[in-house]
Design a protein around this ligand. Structure first.
Ligand code: AMP
Ligand code: FE
Ligand code: FE
Ligand code: ZN
Length: 278
């Protein structure tokens, strides 16, 4: 059997892993395909392809976007996007730039809470990646003022917590349309972490095509629940580890895997989308 891990980050967003490290892990866990889904960035895709193809591993070009409802943060994956389209890359660049402004705003709020962070250190930690809350969280830990990622997100920088600043540039509908226009297959990421299933039918109305049913944070009962939901709405069931290298502790590549057939189904869906939406 051939398997794929369809949710992997690189250091082009908030993973600690380079494309070489991602591919080496994928190889040692016996995967046939990996999807690179960095936050607001496609900059790692070509590098991953270059390392992966000689190793016999297929790279699915992907993206992970963030949108919000008043009471929920929603992550959307896009598979088989046309990652080299200029208009697409231009919009992502705007999002990457506004992420920097947002870090400055969160640093200012944290300072009002007695946590002094130098934004430049956060940018250094992000290197060439889209800078985000995981980079900020790492710098917060170094101050010794906070004890764990849990405390950091629950008290300070989690969605709508005291020092949270949004970087949302799209409504949910616009984000789905952005993915569709790029020929990508829009899939809701780890819906259990959003915890608001009521929004899924609305997203289906905008063109959502799949649910990330299998994910590191999904317990077996949730998997069953989202399998049922996917069947009810006629959606593809995707899955991936959401590996952030060492960024969240353990290396997860290959720990959540789906049969390779799904890659073929996503490819077919992308071809259908390209005919329908362009
Ligand atoms: P950003 O793209 O900057 O909004 O940051 C998103 C990153 O922060 C993702 O990699 C998430 O895993 C992480 N994150 C967001 N909320 C939490 C949370 N409550 N606990 C742990 N990590 C979180
Ligand atoms: Fe992340
Ligand atoms: Fe996510
Ligand atoms: Zn992710």
């Amino acid at each position: 059997m051939k398997y794929a891990d369809l949710h992997i980050h690189t250091f082009y967003s908030d993973s600690t892993f380079s494309p070489e490290e991602v591919v080496a892990c994928a190889k040692s866990s016996g995967l046939s395909a990996i999807a690179i889904c960095d936050h607001d960035s496609v900059n790692g895709i070509d590098f991953c392809k270059k390392c992966a193809e000689p190793a016999g591993i297929e790279v699915v070009p992907g993206i992970e976007l963030t949108v919000e409802k008043s009471d929920a943060e929603i992550h959307l994956l896009g598979y088989f996007i046309d990652w080299n389209a200029d208009w697409f890359k231009k919009k992502l660049k705007e999002m990457q730039d506004s992420r920097k402004v947002r870090i400055h705003s969160m640093v200012e709020k944290l300072s009002e809470h007695g946590i002094k962070i130098n934004a430049e250190d956060v940018f250094k930690s992000a290197g060439k990646g889209s800078v985000g809350r995981l980079h900020l969280a790492r710098e917060m830990l170094k101050t010794g003022k906070v004890k764990s990622f849990r405390e950091i997100f629950d008290k300070y920088i989690g969605f709508l917590k005291s020092c949270y600043v949004s970087n949302v540039r799209f409504s949910p509908q616009e984000a789905i349309e952005f993915i569709l226009k790029a020929g990508g297959v829009p899939v809701i990421a780890h819906p259990a972490t959003m915890g608001k299933d009521d929004y899924i039918p609305e997203l289906v109305g905008y063109g959502l095509k799949g649910i990330e049913v299998y994910h590191t944070d999904h317990k077996p009962a949730m998997v069953k629940h989202y399998e049922d939901m996917a069947k009810e709405h006629g959606l593809l069931m995707t899955g991936g580890s959401d590996c952030h290298g060492l960024g969240k502790g353990r290396v997860l590549i290959g720990t959540v895997r789906v049969p390779y057939d799904l890659v073929e189904k996503l490819k077919e869906e992308s071809e259908r989308i390209r005919r329908e939406y362009r």
